[in-house]
Design a protein around this ligand. Structure first.
Ligand code: FAD
Length: 410
């Protein structure tokens, strides 16, 4: 008889754990509080629009993200990501400082260090080797020089979702090591070809269903029943009690504060940082079938602009300082950015705030991240981007944590 694994939370950590457990032959039950899977990594149609789904924020991964690619291979979704233009494998940064041309193409990987494009210098790039010493990014890197303005500042904010002044230097170093320093192929950024749900979520649900997993939406976990050093039952939103047999295992893959409500003794990162997304449809739509295009704007309001056909998704990371801005002011600022980048801007821009987008990647908050066995309960593992993955809150970290939690029993 197969062992059973109960996974709580159908974000990427929970989906990855469920996919791994079912692949190893476990009978899997996945409980999710909301009516949908994907958590912070999902897509939906904007009200009144017939265009494809929009993502809850543009998500970038690297070709060198091993856990993500193992997950995609397992669920048969390797084709779901694509290297965005205008120069695949490079970042295209825009800013008036670069003169008439106004753009800097930054190739990612070793060629950046060997032959940096002006005004970046080798000394400023090699300074990244000091990130391993710890502290904040601002402690280690000069953020006021060209490398700081064109590369380290934008990269830190988007990778850590935390301002470089307070962002954890070691967490940034972990991502640079894992992708950018492992060669141009590993460093190549990728975006979902169509949408996050189509690339990462729907194929996982199809895989789990085909393998007989029992997926229950709108089923929040409310409480654990414990006996000595084990969980004995789960109480879910409907009041139903789900018994946990002696051979069953539980993986808790919910956000940090939800985990702490269920396990009050658990120490978790409590501070978070917001991400602001804006969605716009350009009035003069370019060819809808072309490769997505990603532009970084260093002196605008929006930071990253991902265009898929006529639709542009704008991202501002570590956006808490914009929380007090009225919607009309934000929309006008984004429309000005769009006009500058594409020569046209729509009448309306849809704003989407994710107030608790990720934990605050400061050294102090990073020190609070628990290990997967931190509950001390023998049949419970923790997973999620906020657990001690060694990475910032990323897709790679979330999937890695889910896979590790599921594998820890095999
Ligand atoms: C706007 C935005 C942009 C981002 N950009 C990037 C990027 O470019 N690159 C990158 O790598 N990462 C990015 N991230 C981070 C990435 O989305 C997350 O790291 C990842 O999705 C976290 O997955 P998770 O499973 O750990 O958590 P979550 O996605 O939060 O999943 C937790 C799940 O648990 C469920 N849940 C909560 N409580 C209960 C309960 N009591 N019972 C049952 N279920 C419950 C929730 O509904 C949710 O489905 C971004 C995040 C945001 C918000």
């Amino acid at each position: 008889m197969s062992r059973s694994t109960i996974v709580i939370g159908a974000g990427l950590a929970g989906l990855a754990a469920a996919v791994m457990a079912v692949a190893k032959g476990d009978s899997v039950t996945l409980l999710e509080a909301t009516p949908h899977a994907g958590g912070r990594c999902r897509s939906w149609p904007l009200a009144g629009e017939s265009l494809p789904l929009v993502d809850l924020g543009t998500h970038l991964i690297l070709r060198g993200n091993r856990a993500v690619h193992a997950y995609l291979a397992r669920i048969g979704a390797q084709e779901g990501f694509v290297a965005p233009g205008p120069t695949p494998g490079a970042l295209t940064m825009i800013g008036v400082e670069m003169g008439a041309e106004g753009r800097l193409t930054v190739p990612l990987g070793p060629s950046l260090l060997l032959k940096p494009p002006k005004p970046l210098t080798r000394a400023a790039l090699f300074a990244a080797s000091t990130l391993m010493l710890g502290g904040t990014v601002a402690d280690r890197l000069d953020l006021s020089g060209p490398a700081g303005r064109w590369l380290w500042g934008p990269l830190t904010r988007s990778i850590l979702n935390t301002d470089p002044v307070e962002g954890d230097a070691r967490l940034l170093a972990a991502v640079l090591r894992q992708g950018l320093l492992r060669g141009a192929a590993a460093a190549c950024p990728l975006v979902a070809r169509q949408s996050l749900s189509a690339s990462l979520i729907e194929p996982a649900l199809t895989y789990l269903q085909a393998k007989g997993a029992h997926i229950r939406f709108t089923t929040p976990l409310r409480d654990f029943h414990r006996g000595n050093d084990r969980l004995t039952a789960l109480r879910v939103g409907t009041g139903e009690i789900i018994p946990i047999t002696p051979s069953a295992r539980v993986i808790l893959a919910v956000p940090p504060l939800a985990a702490q409500r269920l396990l009050p003794e658990l120490i978790v990162p409590t501070e978070s940082r917001a991400i602001l997304n804006a969605h716009a449809v350009l009035p003069a739509p370019p060819n809808a079938n072309e490769t997505p295009e990603l532009l970084g704007l260093i002196d605008g309001t929006g930071e990253w602009f991902l265009r898929r056909g006529a639709r542009v998704a704008i991202t501002v990371s570590a956006a808490d300082s914009f929380r007090g801005w009225p919607e009309a002011k934000l929309s006008a600022a984004f429309r000005a950015d769009l006009l500058r980048l594409y020569g046209s801007a729509p009448e309306t821009v849809t704003l989407i705030w994710e107030k608790r987008a990720t934990f605050a990647a400061t050294p102090a908050q990073a020190a609070l991240r628990p290990k997967m066995r931190a509950s001390g309960l023998l049949n419970l593992r923790l997973a999620g981007d906020w657990t001690d993955t060694g990475l910032p809150a990323t897709i790679e970290g979330a999937i890695r944590s889910g896979i590790r939690a599921a594998e820890s029993w095999f």
